[in-house]
Structures are given as structure tokens and as C-alpha cells.
Design a protein around this ligand. Structure first.
Ligand code: CP3
Length: 349
């Protein structure tokens, strides 16, 4: 699992802070509803069917790579399916998002959670990774594997779905600290194994999504999240591939987020790129950070915002262009194409 001393693709070079000819670009949720090709497949198959059928997951992963000159693919899956193997009953409800029909309500529920190996419960995603890398490997396009971070997953498992205030999650965290620790330890075990298996299957970088960590105060982040994310990054470092540490709404304590680990820090759009990079330190690569809603603006306005992100890198190696969060279903295709091409043309002599 030793990586080549010097990767050749722009994305992997930037992740290692090596010089690149052009800034690499990929977009979180790049496979999705804003694409007609994706909608056509989803009209025939449920979300879980697509994820669990390696050929379909591989096809959907490749759709944005055919449409745009992206520098990386991300495997089509979701952060929540690992919870199914642990014993939770997950559905994706049309128009509403994910729903867990038997959420964790008691410490007993937490003790009953299983920690099966990914090879047993997430084999279809691992197989999809093999299919995609067989196709993209020869073209030197890296595939990103991913997993949800323990806090973000715990919040779905406890709330039963998305949440505004994380009331039950925080009540569990504050009221049952020993059970919280057991839950987070189980999630670290399951997610570390899943990420390591994805690298074994061919993923050449791994991203941890702690999308909702920003719901916490800095002190609570340090107490209830940081130890687990730190342990997870340490366990996964063994894969020998670049690790991306992504979260949103965490800019008020981004130093503590970065301290957990990761070669690349994925940042949301709230701070100018130059400001947040200065805070996390230039010995880390940075990924981001255009507001996804900027893609709904007219080109002349969108271009100003892309310029601001690119200028923020100040010519340093180690910037991977991305959005600050997932692309929205209402995004015009034409703006995605223009964005990707513009990032590649930027700075060309
Ligand atoms: O980035 C990619 O293209 C890879 C695939 C991917 C999906 N979800 C596909 C998806 C990834 C990396 C995710 C991560 C994910 N899933 C996160 C973390 C990233 C983030 O955006 O914060 C979270 C919180 C989830 C949980 C989740 N899955 C929600 C809240 C929803 C419903 C909201 C929505 O956007 O519809 C999903 C469903 C989901 N996951 C869709 C896709 C393409 C939409 C499914 C559909 O209706 O076709």
C-alpha cells in the first residue's frame, strides 16, 4: 500500500502539496440530481438500489467525469449505509432525505449496535470502487473514497434523520457520557475499517465528512468529537493515501478541526480561503471553498467568486478547488462546465 513517491495526477499532487500545472477541481456531490443522466437512473432505481448495485454505482460515479473535465471522481455511495450493518433501518424518502426507523434512544440501543467488517456489509461499494478504478486508473484519474465522521453519523442514528438543533444527540452526549463514548468508539471501529477497505479496493484518497460538526461549541467539539476524529485519522493513515478532513460551519474553531488530522483540510465557504489557510497552516493542503449557491448566479458574478477563491491560494501548491459544501440540485449544467474549464484556464500563460 505504499504510494508512488511522486503522483502524476493534479489532484494527488496538490493533496501532497506538490506543484501542479493547473489547479485541480472536483465538486462535492458531483454525481447527483442536477444531472439529467443521474435523474434517468434514479427514475428506475431507488437510492439504495443504485448504491447496492456496483454497475449502477460505477455508472453514476462516471457520469460527471464524462460531462466535465474533472480531476477526480468520488465513489457514488452515501455516508449513512454503514449504519445499516450496525443494525439501523435506513430509508431514503423521496423529497425528504434519509430516515432511520429505529433510532438510538437508550444506552441499551447503543450496546446492541454491531460492528461488522465492511467487507461483509458494504461489499457492493467496494466492488463499485474496483469497477471505477479499472476504468479511471489507466487515465490517471484518481477516485476518492469517503465515510461519515462519528459525530455526523451519530446525529443521524440518534435523531432518526436530519436535525435543526440536535436535541436528542446533545442530550445523549451530555447526559450519558459513557454511552456516548461507547457509541463513538463503535463508529470509529466501523468507519476506520470501511475507509481502509476502500483504499484496498483502489481508492487513491479518502475524505471524512463531518458535515454537522459545526453544530457544537468549540469546547464540546474538543470534548466529544476531537478524540474520536483524531483516533480515526490515525488508524486510517495506514492506508498510505491522502486523507481529507471536511466539515462545515466549523470556521470558529477550524484549528481544532485541523488538529484531528488529515493531509487536506476541506473548508466551507464562510471565510476567505487565504484567511482559513493561514489559520490551519501552510503545511496542510486545502480544499474549497466556493459557496455552492454562487453557481446559481449569472456568470459574471460567479466568475468574480471563482477568482476570489483561486487568488486566495496566492500561488501556493496544495490548493484543490471545490465548493464549500455539496452542489445543489438546481445548479445549471452550463455553469458547472464553465466553472471547471475556467479553473483550468486560470493562471495559464
Ligand atoms: O459527492 C458525491 O457525488 C458522492 C456521493 C455522496 C452522496 N452523499 C450521494 C447522495 C456523498 C459523498 C454523500 C455524503 C453525504 N450524505 C453527506 C455528507 C456531505 C454533505 O453534503 O454534507 C450527508 C450529510 C449525507 C446524508 C444525506 N444523503 C442527505 C442529508 C441526503 C438528502 C439530502 C439530499 O441532498 O437529497 C442524502 C441523499 C443523497 N446522497 C443524494 C445523493 C446524490 C440524493 C439522492 C436522490 O434523491 O437522488
Amino acid at each position: 500500500m505504499t504510494p508512488p513517491a511522486e503522483p502524476t495526477s493534479r489532484f494527488l499532487r496538490a493533496a501532497r502539496r506538490l506543484p501542479v500545472d493547473r489547479t485541480p477541481v472536483w465538486l462535492m456531490r458531483q454525481a447527483g440530481r442536477y444531472m439529467e443522466e443521474y435523474q434517468a437512473i434514479r427514475a428506475q432505481h431507488s437510492m439504495l438500489e443504485v448504491i447496492r448495485t456496483p454497475e449502477l454505482a460505477a455508472e453514476v460515479t462516471l457520469q460527471p467525469l464524462r460531462a466535465f473535465e474533472l480531476d477526480a471522481a468520488i465513489i457514488f455511495a452515501d455516508i449513512l449505509p454503514p449504519l445499516i450493518g450496525m443494525g439501523l433501518d435506513l430509508d431514503f424518502i423521496k423529497g425528504e432525505g434519509p430516515q432511520i426507523n429505529n433510532p438510538l434512544r437508550t444506552t441499551y440501543d447503543i450496546d446492541m449496535l454491531a460492528t461488522p467488517p465492511a467487507a461483509q456489509t458494504l461489499g457492493s461499494t467496494l466492488e463499485a470502487i474496483r469497477l471505477v478504478t479499472a476504468e479511471l486508473g489507466p487515465r490517471d484519474i484518481p477516485l476518492i473514497g469517503f465515510a461519515g465522521a462519528p459525530f455526523t453519523l451519530a446525529s443521524y442514528a440518534i435523531e432518526g434523520g436530519g436535525s435543526r438543533n440536535y436535541e436528542r444527540t446533545k442530550a445523549m452526549m451530555y447526559g450519558e457520557p459513557a454511552a456516548w463514548k461507547r457509541l463513538m468508539d463503535k463508529l470509529v471501529t466501523v468507519q476506520a475499517d470501511y475507509l481502509l477497505e476502500q483504499a484496498k479496493a483502489g481508492a487513491s484518497a479518502l475524505q471524512l465528512f463531518d458535515s454537522w460538526a459545526g453544530a457544537l461549541s468549540k469546547r464540546d467539539y474538543i470534548r466529544y468529537v476531537q478524540p474520536y476524529n483524531t483516533a480515526l485519522f490515525k488508524m486510517v493513515a495506514r492506508a498510505g493515501v491522502p486523507l481529507i478532513n471536511f466539515s462545515t460551519k466549523t470556521s470558529s474553531y477550524i484549528e481544532e478541526v485541523a488538529a484531528c488530522g488529515g493531509d487536506v483540510i476541506g473548508v466551507d465557504w464562510q471565510l476567505p480561503l487565504e484567511e482559513v489557510w493561514g489559520r490551519i497552516g501552510y503545511e496542510r493542503a486545502i480544499q474549497g471553498n466556493l459557496d455552492p449557491v454562487a453557481l446559481l448566479a449569472p456568470w459574471r458574478e460567479l466568475r468574480v467568486r471563482i477568482d476570489e477563491v483561486l487568488s486566495g491560494a496566492e500561488g501556493r501548491p496544495g490548493h484543490i478547488f471545490n465548493l464549500g459544501h455539496g452542489i445543489l440540485p438546481t445548479t445549471p449544467i452550463e455553469n458547472v462546465r464553465r466553472l471547471v474549464d475556467y479553473v483550468h484556464e486560470w493562471g495559464a500563460v
